[in-house]
Write a protein that binds this ligand. Structure first.
Ligand SMILES: [Zn+2]
Length: 263
């Protein structure tokens, strides 16, 4: 087998939401009602001569509308680790919820990688249900359709390889077309779960997050994440867990609480 190149992995925190535990689980302990906040991230996958960005976050206006605390433009976090957003050529979209595809045109040179089933979901019959469209923004979805007509989308169907050492895996569950990214690093295979797991606790307690398209797929997805990380939960990076900022070291001096190095 040829040796795979390793990539560096970074999580950039750009927003925060103070909420309580019952908002994060279906079927949680009814006595557990204390604070359990969410953080919001974009992620960078940095190879020798190629950079991939996972998701684009949301902007200050979207944060205000949704009652989320917007902390910084995700591009500032990328700049802080030496990534020029204007030069990024590949952006992976985990799914099309507002907190993953906002900040319109932050990467003018990029093509966008997403699953067939996510575009079908966000532009199809299920969006007639308020409960399912709640986390989608019409303007964001239209922006993605514009990219389609500009031929800037790359569609994937199920598992696909983006480059040696970078794999996309369709997970579903949270949305119809949610995908995670598996990356070969110096620690071995790591998995950027995005919203295939909002929190480590969703995996550890085997409890689904309440924003869900298919609960069975979400629960199976937790197991898939673990399998893709060779059974090591410390190599799974959940999409919204503040613990990530504590568990991993700052990417550079002065970036505490802003960018952490995951690998
Ligand atoms: Zn999310």
């Amino acid at each position: 087998m040829t040796e795979l190149p390793t990539y560096e992995l970074y999580a950039i925190k750009y927003a925060h939401h103070d909420r309580r535990a019952p908002e994060n689980f279906i079927g949680g302990d009814p006595h557990e009602t204390g604070p359990m906040p969410l953080d919001y991230f974009v992620w960078a996958i940095v190879g020798k001569d190629r950079v991939f960005v996972l998701d684009t976050g949301f902007d200050a206006d979207a944060g205000k509308k949704r009652g989320r605390q917007h902390i910084r433009d995700p591009r500032d976090g990328l700049n802080a680790i030496g990534i020029d957003p204007l030069a990024v050529e590949d952006v992976v979209i985990s799914h099309m919820h507002y907190d993953h595809i906002g900040n319109h045109e932050p990467f003018p040179k990029a093509r966008y990688h997403l699953q067939d089933s996510e575009m079908a979901y966000a532009t199809g019959r299920h969006m007639l249900h308020d409960a399912l469209r709640h986390s989608y923004e019409e303007a964001d979805v239209l922006q993605m359709v514009r990219r389609l007509y500009a031929k800037r989308l790359v569609f994937h169907n199920g598992m696909d390889s983006l480059a040696p050492g970078i794999e996309l895996h369709h997970i579903g569950g949270h949305t119809m077309g949610l995908q995670c990214v598996r990356v070969w690093t110096r620690k071995g295979w790591m998995v950027l779960a995005a919203d295939a797991a909002h929190l480590y606790a969703n995996i550890e307690r085997a409890l689904p997050f309440p924003v869900v398209y298919n609960i069975a797929d979400m629960l199976a997805g937790h197991q898939t994440l673990l399998r893709l990380a060779d059974g090591d939960i410390s190599r799974v990076i959940p999409g919204h867990d503040p613990v990530v900022m504590e568990r991993f070291p700052a990417a550079r001096v002065g970036l505490d609480g802003i960018v952490v190095r995951l690998d």
